[in-house]
Design a protein around this ligand. Structure first.
Ligand code: PGA
Length: 251
């Protein structure tokens, strides 16, 4: 790994109660390692105020899992970047495959959200990843480039300065079927090269996380790869010991 600071982000998805958020964050705050890894939890909107309160003064950052592409106003049911910042959220996940494939977000929606979030000063974790049938048809690189190019076209390369990308093969998410370290490395280095075609410096500093069934027992192998700068963790981020073990296995 170069001098890119490793990042481990928990994606709680649509899980948690006030009681479980309290006990999870209490455990994480007590055990967060001081090994140079940046640690972040991405909570459902409704838990953000409580999480912000519990994380105040801790080394753990707070993020959301999506955000509106619009500024404050008449958009019933939406949550704006201003609201997230007001509650101390520094990060937002954009383009998670569950939002693309279950909730209908297109490459263009993802690109608009990415641009709006970056323009508002939020750090973005942009998710990219192919489905099983696309991998089996040999289309992984094509899918990754299309997803990435849509965002570069809409937002411009400068928006990637300081941004984070998460490579999450859809077939590995929540399935227990993790990409091998070699498969992850191949996709990550492909993504970095695509960015480098536009801007070498940004590509070099870009943190690329792997996501998809990362667990305490497979994290170290994935994180050891040259272009894997950390992880985006779903299921295992809901358990204190598992998430802390993943954070500890970096570096
Ligand atoms: P998983 O989810 O770790 O439960 O596979 C990862 C993600 O969807 O971000």
């Amino acid at each position: 790994m170069t001098d890119r600071q490793p990042l481990v982000a928990g994606n709680w998805k649509m899980n948690g109660s006030r009681a479980s958020v309290r006990s999870l964050l209490d455990g994480l705050c007590r055990g967060v390692p001081e090994n140079g890894v940046e640690v972040l939890v991405c909570a459902p909107f409704i838990h953000i105020p409580l999480a912000a309160e519990l994380l105040a003064g801790s080394a753990i950052g707070l993020g959301a899992q999506t955000v509106s592409e619009y500024g404050n106003g008449a958009y019933t049911g939406e949550i704006s970047t201003d609201m997230l910042k007001d509650y101390g959220c520094g990060y937002v996940i954009i383009g998670h495959s569950e939002r693309r494939h279950i909730l209908g977000e297109t490459n263009e929606t993802v690109a608009r959200k990415f641009r709006h979030a970056r323009d508002s000063g939020l750090q973005v974790i942009l998710c990219l990843g192919e489905r099983l049938e696309e991998r089996e048809a040999g289309m992984t690189e094509q899918v990754l480039s299309e997803q990435l190019d849509a965002v570069i076209a809409a937002a411009g390369m400068e928006c990637f300065s300081g941004a984070v990308i998460a490579y999450e093969p859809v077939w590995a998410i929540g399935t227990g079927r993790t990409a091998t370290p070699e498969q992850a490395q191949a996709a990550h280095s492909f993504i970095r090269l695509q960015v480098a075609r536009h801007d070498d410096r940004i590509a070099d500093g870009l943190r690329i996380l792997y996501g998809g069934s990362v667990k305490a027992d497979n994290a170290a192998g994935l994180f050891a790869m040259a272009d894997v700068d950390g992880g985006l963790i779903g299921g295992a981020s809901l358990k204190v010991d598992d998430f802390l073990a993943i954070c500890q296995s970096i570096g």
